[in-house]
Design a protein around this ligand. Structure first.
Ligand code: GCW
Length: 718
């Protein structure tokens, strides 16, 4: 008996008591504050908690504080009804907290608006005690404020003179899950779907609550549960009770549930002979369906729709417009306050124009034709979540219709689970891009009402398939709250919360994160190239992909020939530049002013033409591929240098993935360079790292049939 106790105690002290850094806790680890001076400051500032946990959201705020403070401060903080001493943390709204109602916070609360919060260090009246106050107009604001305060502690910020007023820039901050009802996730690289449909509504996994906590901690307030390639069954009563069960778990965390509406649902589950949006029976069916949904889920958010795109049904099947389709659904939802997010990701294999121009051509004439509860959801670029694209010209062209921007958090075209690619710099680039509509100073961030992020979440223990992919979920939420936050600030916050506050960790990790996106651009598709990934799974290089639908092939986009490479989108080519406002139109159209990083997006350039750098295009391309590989190698060295400062679990996982990334960066470089060389017939410069294999070898590389993800091993050939 005694020996067992000794063994158990020993286990607890050593390995058994060690924190398992398996990624489950995301950025909400609440590890004890390491800096002793800060810890003392926090312990003195927060000695009791005053919060009325009446409503579920306030209860959630309290639960989070108890969990967070226990972890961060390493001791329990007692809860009191009213401030009794210095060092009180008061949380609430004027309606649920007499202490807050008594404070002069009216002006700050006005600024905070419906979702925002105020955090102040203050003397509290009636006792004269010093307190930290987290105040909001609504309970959800108080919860967001609690997460903000916890973030300050997690990142070891000083609480002296605390004075924060924060309000989200957008009211729509949504994740879009591309989750299928059979548990698979389209473009998901983190396991199966989180939603266990077969077990719902009766069994609710505790993970649902942790999912809601993670989202609320970064301000996400909606989730679209189902794939845009939709299944009508989700709208049947059997599924709606399951959706309602999820909505119940998410509600205290301020997260509304949305669904994708399959346009042909009236045919498939409604027994109607048509889904024509102007048919009275169809309209009545959708109105009744909306009533039924709202009976089950009173705060249901609305629908996301992919219509007449990549084989999905839509109004054009009945010779109706996108506006006819969207408005029909909008009318069904309007009595309940629901919205329709109608996707602009449309392109047709029959239309002879440049694929990237079709969304503007389709939607711009419909500006003004949509109901007020319709938003057009536009991907950040005009093509499809490439490592680099210019911003979609629709952000400038749609002047009257409210817009959402859709970003892809899951890295379909950016190395999926393994490659370390921090996406905030890419999103920052598009949010801050000036559309010049109707004149200078009209950035994309100002032209949209919300952000939708295609989720990278699955049922893998670490949620996202890799430690660093979690940073992209985090960054998405932070930017949906404040699109002007810098990538560097977001990376630093995330690193401090997730890995360590030690500056010897923070500085190099942030540097790696900030360099990572450009590295991927360089080794995959430099100088404005796009869509050069292997067919179908989009993992690894496939610049030679041809056949099938032309506008989904690599050769369609790279236009490589004996003269040069790149897609002429100037007036001598497809003239896609016309879709941008002046002076962008001219800037992109001219070889003298087009930015190098979009050169081949807009121009067909001769192999031996000189670029601004003085190098020829051929030399410049090769430089960029090599720079991509070099940056990954630098990331490896940087990470290796952190071995002593990062826990062994995460150190090894990241190290292993960086090894894959380095091998695959070479794979991209070599396969691409050899393929372009078959057109340019130019030599690799002396000293250039020799390709590992022949072009044929790369072309014949086949991916093993991996149900989870396709991965070709460029080293062994399998
Ligand atoms: O990015 C592409 C993907 C498809 C996806 C489509 C879309 C959901 O390759 O898998 O389908 O875009 O956004 O609709």
């Amino acid at each position: 008996m005694k020996t067992l106790a000794v063994v158990l105690a020993a286990l607890l002290v050593s390995g058994g008591g060690r924190r398992r850094e398996d990624g489950y806790e995301l950025w909400l680890r609440y590890a004890r504050v390491a800096d002793t001076a800060r810890l003392a400051e926090y312990r003195a500032a927060i000695r009791e908690l005053v919060l009325t946990p009446g409503e579920p959201t306030m209860q959630a705020a309290r639960d989070e504080l108890v969990l967070g403070l226990n972890g961060l401060l390493g001791r329990r903080v007692p809860v009191a009804d009213a401030p009794t001493r210095d060092g009180t943390l008061v949380v609430g709204t004027p309606a649920n907290s007499p202490a807050i109602a008594a404070l002069p916070l009216a002006a700050a609360l006005r600024e905070a608006g419906p979702d925002g919060f105020v955090i102040r260090a203050l003397p509290v009246r009636g006792g004269g005690h010093h307190a930290i106050v987290v105040a909001a107009n609504r309970d959800i604001g108080a919860l967001y404020g609690v997460f903000h305060l916890l973030r300050l502690l997690q990142t070891e910020e000083s609480l002296a003179g605390l004075d924060v007023v924060s309000a989200p820039r957008y009211s729509l901050r949504l994740l879009n899950h591309w989750d299928n009802l059979d548990g698979t996730v389209e473009r998901g690289y983190a396991g199966a779907s989180l939603w266990e449909w077969a077990r719902l509504p009766d069994s609710g996994h505790t993970r649902y609550r942790d999912y809601a906590r993670a989202n609320a901690s970064i301000g996400i307030n909606g989730t679209v549960l189902t794939n845009v390639n939709a299944n009508a069954l989700i709208l049947t009563p059997a599924y709606l009770v399951k959706v309602a069960a999820l909505a119940r778990v998410f509600r205290p965390y301020g997260i509304k549930v949305y669904l994708t509406a399959r346009f042909s649902a009236p045919l498939e589950i409604g027994g109607l002979p048509t889904a024509d949006p102007l048919d009275a029976r169809v309209r009545a069916w959708w109105a009744a369906k909306a009533d039924e949904i709202y009976r089950a889920i009173p705060d249901f958010g609305g629908f996301v729709v992919k219509a007449n795109s990549e084989g999905q049904p839509g109004p054009q099947d009945y010779h109706r417009s996108h506006a006819d389709g969207a408005n029909m659904l909008a009318d069904a939802l309007a009595p309940h306050g629901g919205i329709v997010m109608w996707r602009a990701f449309v392109y047709s294999s029959e239309v002879p124009t440049d694929r990237i121009m079709q969304a503007v051509d389709e939607f711009e004439p419909l500006d003004q034709a949509f109901r007020t509860n319709v938003l057009i959801q536009v991907k950040n670029g005009p093509l499809d979540f490439q490592p680099r694209e210019p911003f979609s010209p629709l952000f400038g062209a749609m002047r009257r219709t409210p817009l959402m921007m859709e970003l892809q958090i899951t890295k379909e075209y950016l190395g999926q689970d393994t490659h370390l690619v921090f996406l905030a710099p890419m999103w920052e680039e598009v949010l801050r891009a000036d559309t010049y509509a109707p004149g200078p100073g009209s950035d994309v961030a100002a032209r949209i009402r919300g952000l939708a992020g295609v989720a990278n979440v699955g049922n893998d223990r670490d949620w996202c398939g890799s430690d660093f992919n979690q940073a992209n979920w985090y960054a998405f939420g932070r930017l949906a709250w404040d699109p002007m936050l810098s990538s560097a600030a977001i990376a630093a916050e995330w690193t401090r919360m997730t890995l360590s506050n030690d500056p010897r960790v923070v500085r190099p990790v942030v540097a790696m994160m900030l360099a990572s996106r450009e590295a991927a651009v360089n080794y995959m598709t430099p100088l404005g190239l796009a869509h050069q990934m292997a067919r179908g799974h989009h993992y690894g290089p496939g610049p030679w992909v041809t056949g099938g639908r032309a506008d989904q092939t690599s050769v369609y986009f790279n236009r490589a020939d004996s003269i040069g490479i790149g897609f002429d989108r100037t007036p001598t080519g497809s003239n896609a530049v016309r879709q941008y406002f002046p002076p962008l139109r001219e800037r992109f159209a001219s070889r003298d002013s087009v930015p190098d990083n979009l050169l081949l997006w807009f121009h067909h350039v001769g192999w031996s033409e000189r670029l601004r750098s003085g190098r020829t295009l051929w030399e410049e391309l090769l430089e960029h591929y090599q720079a991509g590989v070099d940056t990954v190698r630098w990331m490896q060295r940087t990470w290796d240098g952190l071995e002593a400062r990062v826990d062994a679990d995460r150190f090894r996982r990241v190290q292993g993935f960086l090894r894959i990334q380095e091998a695959e960066a070479r794979w991209w470089r070599d396969a691409s360079a050899l393929y372009w060389q078959s057109f340019s017939h130019l030599p690799l410069p002396p000293g250039y790292e020799a390709p590992g294999h022949s072009l044929d070898w790369y072309r014949q590389l086949h991916c093993p049939p991996d149900p989870r993800k396709p991965r070709c091993d460029p080293v062994t050939g399998f």
